[in-house]
Design a protein around this ligand. Structure first.
Ligand code: SF4
Length: 339
């Protein structure tokens, strides 16, 4: 029986500026279930990071207009006090970012930083906190954790620092882990190792994970559910199999046919033309229409709704099911399975 850990309903985050309103997030809904990873994918400016910073209460509410609901353990986090949010962060929801150096204090030993998090949230002594910190480092695969706990962040490699951040995020046994571009700053081999660590811990601890990335390839192997975002809105949502094997939305199709994949032989990569729109001047109708090779009459006028196209596989596009299937065949049939 699935257990929904986080439910976001119609989240809107707008930032009024002298040049106009930045519509960073414009009607985002999704759920994350225990034991599953939701891969959230989109180019820079798609709203994916702002969505999760809002979930964590990490945006300045004085400079933003926020509406919708962020339900976690039955509580709407948009109504939580600063004190409640501080408790929930770290304790119930762990978070890791792209660059661990921005989250770790360079002047404190790694073990002490993890101990601090424990002491701030748990009624334990320093010795117990230190032992739990070492154990957390061991759990994320850091060798000789007793020695490593006494070292400073600059003495760790990039991959080791990210492992230490994962240890810090999970040491309080949260139910949900939010990982925002956790592998972007790492080389390819280390990226795969970090994703493996997150996936292994998700299964062992039975937590829910939000894995945010600009790349579909990054989330491919470790996500059970996928949401593709464009210009502040979800344009496709479904299980991993639905989104990767039968993509519906032209933007998803574009992402899939513009990057190499390990499971298919790609004859020709086709980049998506143009760049994401300004969030102050989002194009009318479908926001993707200036870049879409399949746009037709209503696309620059009517905003397509995000709708269920069968079995919970949603997309927001005016094209018929037949046209989407034909586009998929045309774009992806040039990619043959690797045998
Ligand atoms: Fe392309 Fe139109 Fe579909 Fe938007 S609604 S993705 S412009 S075909």
């Amino acid at each position: 029986m699935s257990e929904v850990l986080l439910e976001v309903r119609d989240l809107v985050v707008h930032f009024p500026t002298p040049d106009g309103v930045v519509k960073a997030v414009d009607g985002v809904s999704f759920t994350i279930e225990r034991g599953r990873t939701l891969g959230v994918v989109g180019e820079s400016g798609s709203g994916k990071s702002i969505t999760f910073l809002t979930v964590m209460g990490l945006i300045n509410r004085k400079s933003a207009r926020v509406s919708g609901e962020v339900l976690f353990e039955g509580r709407n986090l948009l109504e939580a006090t600063t004190e409640e949010l501080r408790h929930i962060r770290g304790d119930r929801i762990g978070m890791i970012f792209q660059d661990p150096m921005t989250s770790m204090h360079p002047m404190y030993r790694v073990g002490d930083q993890i101990s601090e998090a424990i002491l701030a949230h748990r009624n334990v002594g320093k010795r117990e906190a230190g032992a739990r910190a070492v154990e957390a480092l061991r759990q994320v695969g850091i060798p000789a954790p007793e020695q490593r706990a006494r070292q400073y962040p600059h003495e760790y490699s990039g991959g080791m620092r990210q492992r230490a951040m994962i240890a810090m995020a999970l040491v309080l046994d949260p139910d949900l882990l939010i990982a925002d571009e956790p592998t972007t700053a790492l080389d390819v081999t280390v990226q795969a190792q970090i994703l493996e660590v997150i996936d292994e811990l998700k299964q062992r601890l039975n937590i829910g994970v939000a894995l945010i990335s600009h790349s579909l390839a990054t989330v491919a192997d470790v996500s059970q559910d996928v949401m593709v975002m464009y210009a502040g809105r979800p344009v496709e949502r479904g299980t991993r199999g639905e989104v990767f094997d039968a993509p519906l939305h032209p933007y998803t199709l574009g992402l899939l046919s513009s990057v190499p994949r390990v499971d298919v032989r790609v004859e020709r990569l086709v980049p998506i033309e143009g760049s994401p729109p300004s969030l102050i001047n989002v194009p009318p109708g479908c926001a993707f229409h200036p870049r879409c090779p399949y746009r037709f009459d209503p696309c620059d006028r009517d905003v397509p709704d995000l709708r269920d196209r069968g079995g919970g596989h949603d997309d927001a596009c005016h094209l018929s099911a037949e046209a989407k299937a034909a586009n998929r065949r045309e774009r992806l049939d040039m990619q043959e399975p690797v045998t």
